[in-house]
Design a protein around this ligand. Structure first.
Ligand SMILES: CC(C)(COP(=O)(O)OP(=O)(O)OC[C@H]1O[C@@H](n2cnc3c(N)ncnc32)[C@H](O)[C@@H]1OP(=O)(O)O)[C@@H](O)C(=O)NCCC(=O)NCCS
Length: 225
């Protein structure tokens, strides 16, 4: 079967958000709902170094992938960038579902949440954004290669193990190559066996152990340099 990969547009984000909820049913982002996720995903549409693409099947999203090239143009990393975009809808969603204040991801990420709350307040008060950050993956990149981060990937659960995840990874690599990246990186929960074996099958290697997650990288030859 051939699948058509499409660039995400604003009007596609709700469909992609629904696929995200199906792929990550227990995550905090999914519990916060479609409105929040689609606002959060607007981050990918906010700069030419970012990309979000998806596969349509039966008028629904069956798989999606997003990433960005770490070219120094972002004030924050991907998680904070997305949080800033989804901030207002996250507050609204949390107030409507107060039990989420006790969600394990909220408890484990309270520092991250506080940092983003401060950034938000600074923005509202008109302060200039922080200087571009150096990401953890970049500090491990001793050759100063231009890196592309695979931030998110998901496939509808009923369509796992059909090669769609691999197809999305190939497309991610193509986009990264077009943007002159030579190193790909991602972070994956160490208990996520399915994803880790899919990444390994596609040439990614574990580069660092970061507690609950692994940093995985893949070098790519880039003849477009
Ligand atoms: C991680 C995830 C995206 C992988 O998606 P996937 O489509 O199942 O992954 P793959 O493309 O690697 O699947 C390959 C499998 O399909 C099989 N396959 C069947 N047809 C195929 C084809 N035409 N081409 C390639 N593989 C095919 C392969 O043999 C392989 O099976 P194996 O694992 O038994 O060897 C998916 O599990 C997912 O959405 N998980 C939830 C979200 C998530 O955890 N995301 C990652 C966060 S870091």
């Amino acid at each position: 079967m051939t699948y058509l990969i499409k660039d995400a547009q604003t009007h596609d984000l709700k469909k992609i958000a629904a696929c995200h909820i199906a792929a990550f049913p227990d995550s905090l982002t999914s519990k916060l709902g479609i409105e929040f996720i689609s606002n959060m995903f607007k981050w990918y549409l906010s700069g030419s170094n970012k990309f979000l693409f998806w596969i349509e099947g039966n008028n629904q999203c069956i798989g999606y992938c997003g990433g960005y090239v770490m070219d120094g143009s972002d004030a924050y990393g991907a998680s904070s960038g997305m949080t800033q975009f989804g901030f207002n809808s996250a507050i609204k969603a949390m107030l409507l579902r107060p039990w989420l204040f006790f969600h394990p991801e909220v408890i484990s990420k309270y520092k991250f949440i506080l940092t983003n709350l401060k950034r938000r307040v600074k923005k509202i008060l008109g302060f200039t954004p922080d200087k571009p950050i150096v990401l953890k993956a970049q500090t491990l990149n001793t050759n100063n290669e231009l890196q592309a981060g695979l931030v998110i990937i998901g496939v509808s659960p009923q369509l796992h193990k059909k090669g769609i995840g691999s197809l999305l990874q190939v497309e991610f690599e193509k986009r990264a190559t077009q943007q002159k990246a030579t190193l790909l990186s991602l972070s994956v929960r160490r208990l996520n066996d399915k994803a880790i074996s899919s990444y390994k099958r596609n040439g990614w290697e574990i580069k660092a152990d970061e507690g609950p997650s692994y940093l995985m990288t893949k070098k790519i030859a880039n003849n477009l340099k």
